[in-house]
Write a protein of this length. Sequence first.
Length: 513
Amino acid sequence: MENNIDLSSEEKYNYITRNLQEVLGEEKIKTILKQRDLKIYWGTATTGKPHIAYFVPMSKVADFLKAGAEVTILFADLHAYLDNMKAPWELLELRVQYYQHTIRAMLQSIGVPLEKLKFVKGTDYQLSKEYTLDVYRLSSVITEHDAKKAGAEVVKQVDHPLVSGLLYPGLQALDEEYLKVDAQFGGIDQRKIFTFAEKYLPQLGYEKRAHLMNPMVPGLTGSKMSSSEEESKIDLLDSPGNIENNGILSFAKHVLFPLFKQNEQFLISRKPENGGDVTFKTFNDLEDAFAKQDIHPADLKAGVEVYINRLLEPIRRQFEQAKLKALAEKAYPVPGKLKVNSNVSDELLPSRLDIRIGKIVDISLHPDAQSLYVEKIDLGEESPRIVVSGLVNFVPIEEMRNKMVVVLCNLKPAKMRGIESQGMVLCASTDDPKQVEVLIPPVDAVVGERVRVENYEDGKPDEILNPKKKVWEKLQVDLKTNSECFAHWQGNNLLTKSGGRIHCKTMAGAPIK
């Protein structure tokens, strides 16, 4: 792919905005493009490993560069540190290096020229006197309501939010000014932060920027696809003809087709008895064929798998180098073996949580609180535990009787309106709008068995979580449901001994608390 300096401003605008869900500031962008090339930034916090979903924003970065835009990728290391200080500075520095190598390799694998691309680390400027002063200035005009509302889709909503979470929208808004860009690019889940920036930056005397928003592509959380895996990282479609919330089709639309060279077609290889090979010139042709069930889900998955592995192959080759292998091991050490700043790191291990399967054997309304249930829960101990839960307004008492539940058992016991609660029934829960669903164990779950976090099975839970060190609060931030309503911690499934997964009924992408 080469930049085309002969593109008209309209053609550049089409490249910049194609496949986006929403654009704020269309006329501003068009006006700038008539005079010069656009300046755009995209930011990512350097926390977990980049995965296959990163090809979605990278595909748009390719569009921006093809339109002649100057693109800045911000590695938000300060934002990552403020995320409950889940990683020490030494580790974040290594992860910035890992991200830079990975993203550069991704862009090279899709043929993106890098001449007009630059990488910036947040702490290169976010700790400066000028930036810090602007943070204080911004905090003097922002209301708590607006800050919390702006971060509602991307900052975990809890009853007692940390101030760092309220700072995120303001910090992200200031990044636009300090990176001197015309537009910020992100997912549609960033929309409230973007409108927040448009409202508050002018109050500091700074220019309002335009905003470019990608749709949220479902089912993209893993790395290499493999038909030998029981559960693909990009979900295998279970319903022929289904084109809604379809991760396979979305990946083809937002990554593969935009990267095809001129006259290149999408090939699905099939056995002769299944109709033989078939090709598609456009995504719409592919989608129509799938909707008509001319293409089976397994064939579509296999076709996309070929292209994904083709994208990943040069990246894997690069990371076979000893230097990059060593970097990956240092940036993402084996859980439980991290030596850097170990006091902080120990708090990050979800194995410290004593989560067990329980069964409610008795339940009644709290005598002094209309919104609370008092439950007796069998957790495989000598006698049932008393647990007080604020679920009256969300789950009828009839549904709670004899219900199998997931319980956090090593919180420090606390009195709730005079009755001591010895645990917490875990639920998917959002604050705006207020919605709660009790987590559901797998059908073969056994009372008293421990629920473990995938890849953290070996750790031993604390006898009691120290409330002064806020161990639960720091770990809880990364407990949530995924797009299919399964519970996970930083992308690692919550599992019972049999391998069964914990889930809720309908609340996708919701915090667990």
